[in-house]
Design a protein around this ligand. Structure first.
Ligand code: SAM
Length: 325
C-alpha cells in the first residue's frame, strides 16, 4: 500500500501518454512555439504497462489516461487493453478534448476503457475556436455522442470557467444535464501557465450559486467518482453538475493521486515541477525493485498542500499539457 507522510492513501495514477495536443487551449498552451518532447523520450506502451503493473502491486486501482491529447497517440486502444488486463486495475478512464473520439470510442470501450471526461468550455462554435484555437465543436459533440453510445459511464464534461470568457454559459452548460446523462464538471481556472489572472478566476461557490438560479440543487454522489468534485443534481435531471474548487477549496487533504508524465517522471503534485524520474528503472530493462522504490520515493515527497490559492499570476514555462492535468 502507498501511504504518504500525511496519512493519505495513494491509489490513483494519471498518465500523460503524450505531451502533444491537436488543440492549443488558451489556458493550457501557447499558440505557437511549443517544443514537444522528442519521440524517443516518450514512454513506450510496454514501459507504461510495467509502471502500472508495479503501481497496481502497491495499491493503485484507478488509472486515467490523459495528455496532451491522448487520442493522438497512435494505437491507444492497444494500451487500454494492456492496462485493463492488469490485476488490481479496477477503473480505467480517459480525459480527452473529444475531437477524435467519434472514431475511437467503441474500440476503446471494447478494449476496456470504462469512462471518459471530455473537455468542453462553451456551446458556441466561434467561442470554441477562440478558446481552443484549433478544432471544431461539431467533432467534440460527435465524440460525446459516440462515448454515450459506446456505453462509457459516466461521460463527464470538463468546463474550465473563465470570467469574461465563458462564465455567461454556466447555466446553459449546466442545463445540458436536464435532458442527457451528462455530468458537467465546472473547474476553477488554475494559475498554471501564463494565461491566468485573478480576475478570470470564478470561485466554485459563485459557480454553484449561479447554477442554483435554475432551481434547487440536491447534493448527490458523483457517479464513478472518488474525485475532487462536489456533485449536485436538479430534481428529475438525467445527469449531474459538479464544481471543482481546485484553487479556492483545495482538496489536497484527500489527494490520492500521482501523475506520470509522458517522459516517465512521476510527479507527486500537480502544482510542483519536482518529480521522480522512473526512466532509469524502465530503460533499457525493467528493474521492478527499483521501480517500487521510486514509487515509494514519489509518494513520500508529496507536499501537504499546493500553493495555488496564494498566487496572483500563473506559472510561466509550465503548462497542464506537460503534466497530465
Ligand atoms: N487534451 C485533453 C483534454 O483537453 O481534456 C487532456 C489534457 S488537458 C491538460 C486535461 C484537463 O486540464 C482539461 O480538462 C483542461 O481543461 C484542464 N486544464 C488545462 N489547463 C488548465 C488550467 N490552467 N486550469 C484549469 N484546468 C486546466
Amino acid at each position: 500500500m502507498l501511504c504518504d507522510r500525511f496519512g493519505r492513501r495513494i491509489e490513483y495514477l494519471r498518465i500523460s501518454v503524450t505531451d502533444r495536443c491537436n488543440l492549443r487551449c488558451v489556458y493550457c498552451l501557447p499558440a505557437t512555439g511549443v517544443r514537444w518532447l522528442p519521440r524517443q523520450e516518450i514512454l513506450r506502451f510496454e514501459e507504461i504497462r510495467e509502471v502500472v503493473r508495479i503501481g497496481a502491486t502497491l495499491g493503485i486501482t484507478r488509472v486515467r489516461l490523459t495528455g496532451g491529447e491522448p487520442l493522438i497517440r497512435e494505437g491507444l486502444a492497444e494500451l487500454v487493453q494492456m492496462l485493463a488486463s492488469i490485476p488490481g486495475v479496477e477503473d480505467l478512464s480517459m480525459t480527452t478534448n473529444g475531437v477524435l473520439l467519434a472514431q475511437q470510442a467503441h474500440r476503446l470501450a471494447r478494449a476496456g476503457l470504462t469512462r471518459a471526461n471530455i473537455s468542453l468550455d462553451t456551446l458556441d462554435p466561434d467561442r470554441f475556436r477562440r478558446i481552443t484555437r484549433f478544432g471544431t465543436i461539431a467533432d467534440v459533440w460527435a465524440g460525446i455522442d459516440a462515448a454515450l453510445d459506446a456505453g462509457l459511464f459516466p461521460v463527464k464534461l470538463n468546463v474550465v470557467v473563465m470570467r469574461g470568457v465563458n462564465d455567461d454559459e454556466i447555466v446553459t452548460l449546466g442545463r445540458l444535464t436536464w435532458d442527457r446523462p451528462l455530468h458537467v464538471r465546472f473547474i476553477e481556472l488554475m494559475p498554471i501557465g501564463e494565461y491566468f489572472s485573478r480576475e478570470k478566476l470564478v470561485p466554485a461557490e459563485e459557480i454553484l450559486s449561479r447554477l442554483s438560479a435554475l432551481g434547487p440543487l440536491e447534493p448527490v454522489t458523483s457517479p464513478g467518482g472518488c474525485g475532487p468534485a462536489r456533485a449536485y443534481a436538479w430534481e428529475g435531471a438525467a445527469g449531474t453538475v459538479g464544481v471543482i474548487g481546485a484553487v479556492t477549496q483545495a482538496f489536497c487533504a484527500s489527494c490520492n493521486r500521482l501523475r506520470l508524465t509522458a517522459s516517465g517522471r512521476l510527479r507527486p503534485c500537480l502544482d510542483e515541477t519536482a518529480a521522480v524520474d522512473l526512466l532509469p528503472a524502465v530503460r533499457p530493462a525493467v528493474d521492478r525493485a527499483q521501480l517500487t522504490g521510486l514509487f515509494r520515493q514519489a509518494v513520500l515527497s508529496k507536499p501537504e498542500q499546493h500553493t495555488m490559492a496564494q498566487r496572483e499570476v500563473g506559472t510561466p514555462r509550465f503548462c497542464m499539457a506537460g503534466v497530465g492535468g
